[in-house]
Design a protein around this ligand. Structure first.
Ligand code: HEM
Ligand SMILES: [Cu+2]
Length: 633
């Protein structure tokens, strides 16, 4: 506890000779935000790998519903008897896949990693407001992951009511195999997870509000920080609702209450007749979190993208204030649209129109963000490194996946498309792929900052191209299956003649998914190899303006050895006319500029000569292709 006490005194961290760092205090129960960020990242990567392997297993089933794969028997035992995936376990797999991807990878893995790494470093703070709470936040996350993974090994298998765990499947312990212990463990895991998110989120907001360095006005903060802050606020306001909802579900399951059950006779409901409740109540509570949740996933990814696109376009971000405004608008609107997930629950059509209106209005700030990205890219001096490629990939998914959101937001269309593969296609593009790309983009960009080494660039480019091609090949055809009415969450569609035309397409999708899986293993190799053996990074490899690149990479509690740098300008002073370098870090004072707060008015773009450090060929897409083809030499 000496370190915690020490923080409370608010002393400077310049001198750390006075408390000894052991292996445990440095790597395990660390209170240093940089180390906690790595813990979140590595845990997220492990969970992501598990979630991805699960999707490959059930994709195999969907592509070859009648084929036996002996490997499944050895891999899954009981659940893969004779090489056939057990239908109940299929449901469990998609449930855990969805839960892992949404909560453990893209909420904790993405937000936990980058909020932890960047909030203190980019606002110029020595650490989080409460490093001790920060450590707890990671350990609650670790516990919740452990509980979820353990649920794979209990009798009856893990929860299998879908990631939305609607009752009555989730409320009646005997409904399906996974509704027993597995479901209880899902709920326990979720409750631990929510505690972790709240501990993290409160800390992030407190840090941003209170601990900015001198000169770091709110309006000078990088957009990453704006995005992380609003993400944290969304979490703080919506996760408690799921906490309550899950707790009531625990009561229904274990103590005979009837919040979510109605007219279920005693023999079905564990000896007590259940009346008076409503499963629809659960849907309201779930989606009051569930919809903001998709923005909890997306906003940090979008913030990361802003940063990476501006840096690698060598241009000030286009429309900084409009970006902040649209982040706020998205955050507020996301709370009033949850009903668009419930159009088919028999709600009054008038209420449906209200939810529809709110949903369609979100398209406006989303479009503002898209145009801002495109405006920033436009005529930029692009450096197409892997981080930038993934950022552009995110913009592509945000557009292509977002457009189908407009279809689904219309109640009359959603009534037909609900629970078909159209929905699966939509959310995998717009939140699955886009957010994963944001996360990968962040990893490529900040890896040197985290580990002091560079990732291999050619492997990164190969990873990017394989991933984007496979993602489109996997998720794009699903739209057509959905339009034809193929339902989601079905173990096999071959029983229905009209769906047999999709057998080939299903196989194509599965091969594409396997290709994507291979690409991720290339990335995993690159990641773990480069941590130890990668090329050493220079201080500011991307020539970026933000403060994190002014701090030494070396593990140093307190971030800056001396004084924290003061901030004199916003973080997007790229290619400012009249400066010899095409970037001016935020901590460089500028005599000539009287009002450094001002966004430069329509900056004349410097002629498109290559910036000093960039090789000319990097600018041209085709020469990149040539370079990877020559990768072996
Ligand atoms: C390796 C790439 C992936 C593949 C091949 C894949 C494939 C699938 C498939 C086939 C389903 C079942 C759809 C159904 O029958 O309803 C599914 C469900 C789901 N996936 Fe993915 N997925 C992938 C990555 C992701 C990512 C990155 C996310 C993050 C948002 C994600 C989130 C979900 C969710 C939330 C469900 C719904 C689970 C449920 O219905 O309870 N997936 N995925
Ligand atoms: Cu929604």
């Amino acid at each position: 506890m000496s370190a915690a006490a020490h923080h409370e005194e608010g002393q400077h961290h310049d001198d750390h000779g006075h408390h000894k760092e052991t292996f445990i205090s440095k790597y395990v129960f660390s209170m240093d935000h940089k180390m906690i960020s790595k813990q979140f990242l590595i845990t997220g990567i492990i969970m992501g790998t598990i979630g991805m392997l699960m999707s490959l297993i059930f994709r195999l089933q969907l592509a070859f519903p009648d084929t036996k794969f002996p490997i499944l028997a050895s891999l899954l035992g009981e659940w893969g008897k004779d090489g056939k995936l057990d239908p109940n376990f299929y449901l469990a797999l998609i449930t855990i896949h969805g839960t892992i991807m949404v909560f453990f990878v893209l909420t904790a893995g993405l937000s936990g990693t980058f909020s932890n790494l960047l909030i203190p470093l980019q606002v110029g703070a020595r650490d989080m407001a409460s490093p001790f709470m920060n450590m707890l936040s990671y350990w609650f996350f670790a516990m919740s992951s452990t509980v979820l993974i353990c649920s794979l090994f209990v009798q009856g298998g893990p929860a299998s009511a879908g990631w939305t765990v609607y009752p009555p499947l989730s409320a009646l312990p005997k409904a399906i195999p996974g509704s027993g212990t597995g479901m209880t463990m899902w709920l326990v895991s979720m409750i631990l997870f929510i505690v972790s998110s709240l501990l993290g989120g409160i800390n992030y907001v407190a840090t941003v509000i209170n601990m900015r360095t001198k000169g770091m006005k709110m309006t000078r903060m990088p957009l990453t920080i704006w995005a992380f802050t609003f993400t944290a606020i969304l979490g703080i306001l919506s996760f408690p609702v799921l906490f309550g909802g899950s707790l009531l579900l625990v009561f229904d399951r274990s103590f005979g209450t009837s919040f979510y059950l109605n007219e279920i006779p005693a023999d079905l409901a564990g000896g007590i007749e259940r009346v008076g409740g409503s499963p629809i109540l659960f849907q309201h509570l779930f989606w009051f979190l569930g919809h903001p949740e998709v923005y909890i996933i997306l906003l940090p990814a979008l913030g990361i993208t802003s940063e990476v696109i501006a840096t690698n376009s060598r241009k000030p971000i286009f429309g900084y204030r409009a970006m902040i405004g649209s982040i706020m608008a998205i955050a507020i609107l996301s709370f009033i649209v949850w009903g668009h997930h419930m159009f088919i629950t028999g709600m009054n059509p008038f209420l449906g129109s209200v939810f529809m209106l709110g949903t369609l209005i979100i398209a406006v700030p989303s479009a503002v963000k898209t145009f801002n990205y495109l405006g920033t890219l436009w005529q930029g001096n692009l450096r197409l490194n892997p981080a930038m490629m993934f950022a552009i990939g995110l913009v592509s998914f945000f557009i292509s996946g977002g457009l189908t959101g407009i279809f689904l937001g219309n109640a009359s269309l959603d009534i037909n498309l609900h629970d078909t593969y159209f929905v699966v296609a939509h959310f995998h593009l717009v939140m699955g792929s886009a957010a994963i790309f944001g996360m990968l983009c962040g990893i490529y960009h900040w890896f040197p900052r985290m580990f002091g080494r560079m990732l291999n660039e050619s492997l990164g480019q190969i990873h990017f191209w394989l991933t984007i091609i496979s993602a489109y090949c996997v998720f794009f055809p699903m739209h057509f299956m959905g339009l034809a009415g193929v339902p989601r969450r079905y173990y096999a569609n071959t029983a229905y003649d009209q769906f047999n035309v999709f057998v080939d397409m299903n196989q194509f999708i599965t091969f594409a998914a396997i290709l994507g899986g291979i690409a991720q293993f290339i990335f995993l190799f690159n990641f773990f190899y480069s941590i130890f053996k990668g090329k050493k990074s220079v201080q500011n490899p991307w020539e970026s303006n933000t403060l994190e690149w002014t701090a030494p990479v070396k593990h140093l509690h307190g971030n800056w050895p001396g004084e924290i740098p003061h901030v004199y300008r916003w973080s997007y002073d790229y290619s400012v006319p009249g400066h010899e370098q095409d970037y001016i870090p935020q901590n460089i004072p500028d005599e000539g500029q009287t009002d450094p707060l001002q966004e430069p008015k329509v900056t004349p773009i410097p002629e498109r000569k290559a910036a000093p450090t960039i090789q000319k060929e990097e600018v041209v897409m085709f020469s990149l292709v040539k370079r990877w083809l020559g990768f072996a030499q």
